[in-house]
Design a protein around this ligand. Structure first.
Ligand code: BT5
Length: 327
């Protein structure tokens, strides 16, 4: 582990003296001092106290702040602005890197699926996780499901009752929004759901093995609804106050990593959080439209739709929730 990350980990336990740090990290006191200065330059204002070095009271939303207290083996690369975090993660993959979370405060060329535009102003959580999981390429869709569960859990922990829409959206329903303060006229789809987050998974590999996988997650965290497209909302709009983005992102990364190392848990967790299951849906697939009731999800990610005549397995497409199953 590099000195910087080891130092951040050591600081989580409170003030620690230079000599103690040097001994713990197995480096010279000069190297400790240099690492502390580097963190300070990054905006992670390490304090010098009578008991030694102490972490800042409010760690900033930046590489060091996100890595501080983070319980996963990802390195964080932070940018104030980027075209697309997925593009940057792909560049890193091409140069052989892995286990990196690329984060930007703002994206100027954010992408959705099928090269759709993704609005990503300052204040959101825009992140792409680059890993090299030991799975066949055909299993990769399960990583999108894991990211959807992780995103939902992070949003719920932030007090917003989010749910999953197959295959890659996280939504807030009308009731959950009404429970919050909201900020303006609702602009919704047919069912009243609003999109809070989206996921874009990209990868490269041979049939039997993924060489790299990039899972890009965009959460409208502290974003004014007025700048978002119709049918979208943000955590801050639903809560009526800003969310702690650092905590939200840490939770997202930890949950994603946890699920991808325990793949058996992904589908059951997804089913529990899915708004799609039991709903009447219209899915626009590359082979045409499929309408019916969504009855299940199967590994690695196909939706089972009961059309009334038969059960159709849909591997990819855009899904619209027509009305809740209870109506
Ligand atoms: C998605 O695509 O939902 C995937 C979005 C992934 C964004 C992340 S951010 C980090 C990483 N870097 C990237 O460049 N991308 C990823 P899709 O299902 O195709 O939905 C796209 C549609 O959502 C657009 O056509 C708009 O209608 C709508 N949309 C655009 N921006 C939005 C936003 N901020 N919130 C909600 N909806 C949005």
């Amino acid at each position: 582990m590099d000195t910087r990350r080891a130092l951040l980990d050591a600081l989580t336990d409170g003030p620690v003296s230079g000599p103690e740090l040097a001994a713990e990290l197995g480096v010279s006191r000069a190297a400790v001092w240099k690492a502390v200065e580097t963190l300070r330059d990054e905006g992670f204002a390490v304090k010098s106290t009578g008991d030694g070095y102490a972490p800042p009271t409010e760690p900033p939303y930046g590489a060091a702040g996100i890595e501080f207290g983070l319980n996963v083996p990802y390195t964080v690369e932070y940018h104030d602005a980027l075209g697309s975090t997925n593009d940057r993660a792909r560049e890193l993959a091409a140069s052989g890197e892995s286990s990196v979370a690329v984060v930007a405060d703002e994206q100027t060329g954010g992408r959705g699926r099928l090269e759709r535009e993704w609005t990503a102003p300052s204040g959101g959580v825009w992140v792409s996780v680059l890993t090299s999981p030991a799975i066949p390429t055909s299993h990769a869709p399960v990583c999108t499901l894991a990211a959807a569960v992780a995103t939902t859990d992070a949003c719920r922990e932030a007090g917003v009752d989010a749910g999953i829409k197959w295959p890659n959206d996280v939504l807030v329903g009308r009731e959950a929004r009404d429970a919050g303060r909201g900020d303006g006229e609702p602009r919704t789809n047919e069912r009243g759901d609003q999109k809070l987050a989206g996921i874009l998974t990209e990868m490269e590999g041979e049939a039997d093995r993924v060489s790299w996988l990039v899972v890009g997650v965009g959460i409208n965290a502290n974003v004014d609804v007025g700048v978002l497209p119709d049918g979208a909302t943000s955590l801050s709009a639903v809560r009526g106050e800003p969310v702690d983005r650092r905590r939200l992102l840490q939770r997202l990364l930890e949950r994603y990593q946890e699920l991808t190392t325990m793949p058996d848990r992904i589908l059951p967790a997804w089913r529990e959080r899915a708004e799609t299951l039991g709903a009447s849906v219209r899915v626009d697939t590359p082979d045409g439209e499929v309408c019916g009731t969504a009855v299940d999800i199967e590994f690695p990610g196909q939706l089972v739709v009961d059309t009334g005549d038969e059960c159709v397995r849909v591997h990819a497409g855009d899904c619209e929730h027509l009305r809740p199953a209870t109506e």
